[in-house]
Design a binder for this molecule. Structure first.
Ligand SMILES: Nc1ncnc2c1ncn2[C@@H]1O[C@H](COP(=O)(O)OP(=O)(O)OP(=O)(O)O)[C@@H](O)[C@H]1O
Ligand SMILES: [Mg+2]
Length: 454
């Protein structure tokens, strides 16, 4: 009899152990199906049933007056705050915002909440961290798709700890460089956002992102130009796919002059064909787009002694001109640097204003994040400062839509970028070919005003 009981207990133990191990293995090997079938329904029930407590704890409720009826006066405390003395009484209760049913997403869930009177989406953004802790999730992001509603998107775990490759983009000048926190591809599209600033502390993943761009752009019919003021250590291995490379200040001045002359030439071409930009030209006449990669931007502006002053002024003006006019004439900038601050001179501030694409990797000081991300939502700055050193390649990205995202680039080793550069070396247009016929053309102040105003 006792043996029988023991055997049954053992059986039950084995069944439970197998079930737990099965669930663990399911979660481990196919998290998505586990989440949809087992994790999400439990979580949805728990979020809905605890919403009142969570909203109260996070300060998202409002006091409202209600009529309260009780058969036992004096014995009931309606909300724990108001003691009911009469049978029928008007009392204050905490009302929670109306919450829809949470919907599952790839990395968590999202739910729409109706704002209570007097609330704004910012109240929820401020409470995002409290909500994340209350729900025991990695992060909660708040957006407001229409007045009176907020969408709370919760991610169960950091989706950027491991990012897997996605197929490359097949569109011209568009490169998939990584993944956004939302699970969508992180794309750098030069035709939508022509110029980019890529900032971050040392070892934060700036060059890795430039490598990803090189790998993505190498098979496309574009010319790549490099400015590598670290003496060429970063870009020289990619020389087979670069149409031009400047590794010193003197070379940079020459190359920037070429770029300005190239713009003037393309401007003339567009004017002749009555086109506003190269994309309006017939394909046979359209010149090749040029993507300019700059590593260590600060080096272009740093002055060792007074004799360099003129050279720096020239570089700064030329780079700014490229940024101002490049978009129309198919010349795009991607500038990387540890510091992109105004301490480097007024040229950098003006250049920054022209670069609408902003990428901020891990930073050591709040100023760099502020300089890079500008006047974005303060939560973006907090997020940029919270990027841990263990996850190089994670960055805050701001594009044209005014939204900001956490994202992580794919890991692209120097070896992979070098391999791509060699493999597509035959697609490299020669710099002489690109710049032939640019002699003598100049951009006048009148042209500049006309184009900037256009
Ligand atoms: N997305 C990523 N995934 C995994 N590892 C990465 C990623 N990005 C960068 N790394 C790793 O981080 C290290 C530093 O990256 P990287 O050289 O791009 O930094 P950096 O910001 O250019 O630094 P520096 O300012 O010193 O040039 C590299 O060794 C690389 O292996
Ligand atoms: Mg680097």
């Amino acid at each position: 009899m006792r043996n029988d009981l023991l055997l049954r207990l053992l059986d039950a133990f084995v069944v439970v152990a197998v079930a737990v191990a099965g669930l663990w293995a399911w979660r481990r090997w196919h998290y998505r199906s586990f989440w949809l079938v087992a994790g999400y329904p439990l979580m949805a029930v728990s979020v809905r049933t605890t919403w009142r407590k969570v909203a109260l704890g996070c300060g998202l409720t409002k006091k409202r007056h209600r009529w309260w009826f009780t058969l036992v006066p004096n014995a009931v405390a309606s909300t724990g705050m108001v003691k009911v003395r009469r049978r029928f009484q008007r009392i204050a209760v905490d009302t929670k915002p109306w919450m829809w049913l949470p919907r599952p997403t790839r990395y968590g869930w999202r739910v729409t909440v109706h704002l209570l009177e007097g609330q704004i989406p910012d109240d929820y953004a401020q409470a995002a961290e409290q909500l994340a802790h209350s729900w025991r999730v990695h992060a909660v992001r708040v957006s407001s798709p229409r007045p009176g509603r907020v969408v709370l998107a919760a991610t169960m775990r950091d989706p950027l700890v491991r990012v897997d490759e996605i197929p490359p983009s097949s569109e011209l000048l568009k490169v998939t460089v990584g993944r956004l926190e939302t699970g969508k591809p992180w794309e750098i599209d030069f035709r939508t956002v022509p110029h980019w600033l890529n900032a971050g502390a040392t070892q934060s993943g700036k060059s890795n992102l430039a490598n990803a761009l090189i790998v993505g752009l190498a098979p496309q019919p574009v010319a790549l130009v490099g400015f590598d003021l670290k003496g060429g250590v970063e870009f020289t291995p990619y020389a087979p796919r670069l149409s031009a490379l400047a590794t010193s200040r003197a070379e940079s001045v020459g190359l920037l002059d070429d770029l300005v002359a190239l713009m003037a030439d393309r401007m003339g071409l567009c004017r002749q064909a009555s086109a506003r930009n190269i994309w309006q030209l017939p394909p046979a006449l359209r010149p090749v787009p040029v993507v300019v990669l700059v590593d260590e931007l600060a080096e272009l502006y740093l002055m060792a002694d007074k004799s360099e002053k003129d050279e720096i002024a020239k570089t700064s003006t030329a780079l700014l001109r490229v940024a101002q006019l490049g978009r129309a004439f198919g010349i795009y900038l991607f500038c990387c640097g540890q510091r992109i601050g105004s301490d480097l001179g007024p040229g950098v501030t003006a250049l920054r204003a022209q670069c609408s694409g902003r990428i901020c990797h891990r930073v050591n000081d709040p100023e760099t994040a502020t300089m890079t991300l500008g006047d974005l939502d303060p939560a973006a700055l907090v997020s940029a400062r919270a990027i841990p050193a263990e996850t190089p390649g994670v960055a805050i990205v701001a594009g044209q839509d005014g939204q900001w995202y956490r994202a992580r680039s794919f890991y692209v080793s120097e070896h992979a970028a070098e391999h791509a550069a060699r493999m597509y070396a035959d697609l490299t247009p020669s710099w002489e070919e690109i710049t032939s016929g640019t002699q003598g053309s100049e951009i006048t102040e009148a042209d500049l005003t006309e184009l900037i105003d256009a």
